[in-house]
Design a protein around this ligand. Structure first.
Ligand SMILES: C[S@@+](CC[C@H](N)C(=O)[O-])C[C@H]1O[C@@H](n2cnc3c(N)ncnc32)[C@H](O)[C@@H]1O
Length: 360
């Protein structure tokens, strides 16, 4: 939130942050929920003199949780608690998207409650206005796949606590979710082909996430996702954090935040005794030694450094921070593995770089 608010304020439009599946604001154990996290960040930004107005719209469907939410955020004058379903507020969000920068945080437990076509009405403003819309979606792909398999009357794999977060798995479905309902969630029945294939559960989960991203790509220029695992050794993520924006700057900003979070998790997963080799999985501790090879893929012809960095972030979202990629390019220029069109090592993003020709 803090870097997003600072950056988006430069657009000069008022900001609307929507927490579409808000929850109680603060959990029973005292842990802060997303409405509190958002509101506290906004309060700090405003106290530091943020140049535009911000409003926070929190939506919660459960009566009791809505009451908790109302209490939890009552001291923030810029925030409102709204009772009902996300879908009921789409008209209002659509109206505000015409003159606000909108950040939409969508965090349902499962996939129920998502309605693609209605959400897409807000995204359509991308095509008709200059306003900025970002979406951060917690897509519970394992839950969608389980529901989809049940709806198609296909077998659902037993949960295995060694490879996924078994606690969070939906109870067996008394009434399987209907195909029509799932069609509404992701807009269309394209998911049936993925789920009916012979691929394993883990591949179906990934293919569903990529399918959702490709639908978002119709509206947003930049779409990326990051798997969120309950335990470092799990092979099936608990859910996927999907981020979409039309601004490359937002992608860079989100990438750097994901790198920071990943480093925090990597620190937690550090073995108690020091080990000679890195034992943690590469999705938690990416191998920086592989970065030069990735860079070389994007410099076969002279390309502006800024574009090269962006392409690497698109390919390796959440793995390498912007400054690490820049640093690696600089080192490769120093080592003569790359050349710049100015012949210098210290360059800006507009300068083209290319692979140095190997001498015989
Ligand atoms: C995963 S929880 C949200 C947690 C919250 N984002 C946080 O981090 O503190 C999802 C919440 O959405 C609520 N919910 C479910 N369906 C909804 C809908 N269609 N519209 C709005 N809220 C809904 C649930 O009652 C639940 O409190």
């Amino acid at each position: 939130m803090p870097p997003y608010l600072t950056k988006i304020a430069t657009q000069k439009a008022p900001i609307l942050i929507v927490d579409a599946f808000a929850g109680p604001g603060k959990f029973g154990d005292g842990e802060l929920g997303s409405p509190q996290i958002i509101c506290q960040s906004v309060e700090i930004a405003l106290s530091k003199g943020l140049s535009v107005n911000v409003s926070v719209m929190c939506i919660e469907s459960e009566e009791e949780l809505f009451k908790d939410l109302t209490k939890s955020i009552e001291s923030f004058s810029f925030a409102t608690a709204n009772h009902g379903e996300f879908g009921d507020y789409i008209d209002e969000i659509e109206r505000q998207a015409k003159n606000h920068s909108v950040f939409l945080y969508v965090d349902p437990w499962t996939v129920e409650g998502l309605e693609w076509e209605r959400m897409d009405r807000v995204f359509q403003h991308l095509n008709i206005s200059n306003m900025s819309i970002e979406i951060l979606l917690n897509f519970n792909a394992p839950s969608f796949v389980r529901r989809g398999l049940a709806a198609l009357k296909l077998s659902i794999p037993e949960s295995d606590p060694d490879i996924e977060d078994a606690e969070e798995i939906d109870a067996p479905f008394a009434t399987p979710p209907s195909i029509e309902r799932l069609n509404l969630v992701v807009s269309g029945d394209w998911w049936k082909t993925i789920l009916s294939s012979t691929a394993n559960f883990s591949s179906k989960v990934l293919d569903m996430t990529e399918g959702v991203c490709s639908r978002l790509s119709k509206r947003f220029k930049e779409v990326c996702y990051s798997p969120i695992k309950a335990q470092p050794h799990h092979t099936i993520p608990k859910y996927f954090l999907i981020f979409a924006s039309r601004h490359p700057d937002a992608l860079i900003l989100m990438n750097d935040q994901m790198v920071k979070s990943r480093k925090t998790l990597a620190e937690l997963a550090k073995p108690k005794e020091p080990t000679l080799f890195e034992m943690r999985p590469t999705d938690l501790v990416p191998d920086i030694e592989t970065l030069p090879e990735v860079i070389l893929k994007y410099v076969s012809k002279p390309t502006q450094r800024g574009i090269v960095i962006l392409n690497i972030i698109r390919e390796c979202f959440g793995q390498f921070a912007h400054k690490d990629i820049r640093g690696c390019i600089e080192q490769m220029l120093k080592d003569g593995k790359l050349r710049s069109e100015t012949g210098k090592v210290r360059i800006n993003d507009n300068v083209k770089i290319f692979a140095a020709r190997k001498s015989n």
